[in-house]
Design a protein around this ligand. Structure first.
Ligand code: NDP
Length: 399
């Protein structure tokens, strides 16, 4: 009997839990644990109402390793899916190591006091996971996640050599609010206000936040201004795609979003250090999160589509080739299926698929820490088509 423990009960978790409950052949026993038990209860009730069976729920502080170890020993899962926040990655990995259970997440570790994310501390677990014979799958969301798999699929099936990768992420959804974020506001704003960075000829090149943009034509959406940003999948892809010359990441933002963000930054509301306010200490960005709409509440209001994909240029059979692999996802269809908008959906479905492939044996390795592109892309690509994120391939003219 395969059992899964899902940690965190936010927007992405709602999708992971629904999707696991849709695949009961593999996920027979589902436990959802988060800091706030009422959030687990709400997801449990939604799953029961959709006729997807029952799930177990617990409260847990995932910053507390002994409490996590006790919970894991009690639940005895085959895998832990971490969809809490990036701050909890290391404590949950440590608890998995101590209990000998496979681990999966969707975002790489970030320290609450420093808006900088990198894989170093998670990759450092490789040997210990190997010795324990357990697998740690990092970044099994959409970006990182599916974008890594798109690159691996291109490497394994479409190209002899890949030279250039541009990852392009467009959310053309409209939720009707002047300013809201589609996933955890604190994580989202930390990411967007950070300096941009891309990798070229073995070096990282830094750019001022949102200072570089291109116009890109997104299938089923149209031309959108897209801003160069740093994004974590580039850190592993530049190491795992041989002969790569350059990798960049671009994301679209609406005018209203950018104007609000600029004002919030100018007045200090995106600061992540503590400030004194009426005799108590507050972190402005955390206070802003309290004021902003909960991303989970955007689902029923959001209309429109997302398009996330990779434009890959290289050589096939001694000829230049340029290929665009992408997925289009519709916010309203996601809401109808799992009570969620497309950003959480496009993250939660790949998290379920990563766990499915580990438990089914298709992706199970002897042990160690893995990024998505290090594994065989085809089973994952097939599963995307089966579980709600179908993809397309366009051949583009080579300039
Ligand atoms: P939410 O803020 O909606 O949910 C996070 C959940 O984690 C909340 O239920 C929260 O519970 C819980 N949580 C926070 N701290 C703890 C803790 N110490 N112990 C237990 N539970 C805790 O975030 P999202 O669902 O939007 O995002 C989840 C993850 O997915 C994030 O890591 C995010 O970076 C990642 N992500 C990845 C993407 C990708 O494509 N790879 C895209 C989008 C998101 P409570 O409310 O009770 O505090």
């Amino acid at each position: 009997m395969q059992s899964v423990l899902i940690i965190g009960a936010g927007g992405v978790s709602r999708v992971v839990t629904h999707k696991c409950a849709q695949v009961r052949d593999t996920f027979k026993d589902i436990t959802l644990a988060s800091r706030t038990i009422s959030k687990c209860e709400q997801i449990k009730n939604e799953i029961i109402a959709k006729g997807l069976g029952d799930i177990n729920i617990h409260s847990i502080d995932a910053d507390d390793i002994p409490a996590l170890v006790t919970l894991i020993k009690r639940v005895k899962p085959n895998i832990v899916i971490n969809v809490a926040l990036p701050y909890q990655d290391l404590t949950i990995m440590e608890a998995c190591l101590q209990t000998g259970v496979n681990y999966l997440d969707t975002a790489n570790y970030e320290h609450p006091d420093t808006a900088k994310f990198e894989y170093k501390e998670q990759w450092a677990y490789h040997k210990r996971f190997q010795q324990a014979g357990i697998m740690g799958l990092l970044g099994s969301g959409f970006d990182p996640g599916v974008t890594n798999v798109f690159c691996a699929y291109a490497q394994q099936n479409l190209f002899d050599t890949i030279h250039y990768i541009d990852i392009l992420d467009c959310n053309a959804g409209d939720h009707g609010y002047p300013f809201a974020t589609n996933f955890n506001p604190e994580i989202n704003i930390r990411e967007i206000t950070a300096k941009g960075r891309y990798w070229e000829k073995g070096k990282w090149i830094e750019t001022d936040p949102l200072s570089v943009s291109i116009d890109h034509d997104y299938p089923e959406i149209g031309i959108r201004k897209s801003y160069l940003m740093y994004h974590e999948e580039m850190e592993s892809l530049c190491q795992n795609i041989p002969d790569l010359k350059r990798i960049r990441f671009f994301m679209t933002f609406g005018e209203s979003y950018l104007t609000h963000l600029q004002v919030l930054q100018n007045v200090g509301m995106t600061r992540i250090d503590e400030v004194e306010h009426n005799g108590c200490k507050i972190v402005p960005l955390q206070f802003l999160k309290t004021l902003l709409p909960d991303p989970a509440s955007l689902g029923p209001r959001t209309k429109g589509k997302t398009n996330i994909g990779c434009v890959i240029t290289g050589i096939k059979d001694a000829k230049p080739r340029k290929t665009y692999i992408y997925n289009v996802c519709d916010h309203e269809s996601c809401w109808a299926e799992v009570n969620s908008q497309a950003i959480s959906y496009t993250t939660g479905v790949p998290a379920m698929i990563g766990a499915l492939l580990i438990l089914s044996g298709d992706w199970k390795q002897e042990g160690g820490i893995f990024n998505m592109e290090q594994l065989s892309a085809n089973p994952f690509m097939n599963a995307l088509n089966q579980h709600g994120l179908p993809w397309n391939i366009l051949e583009l003219p080579v300039e």
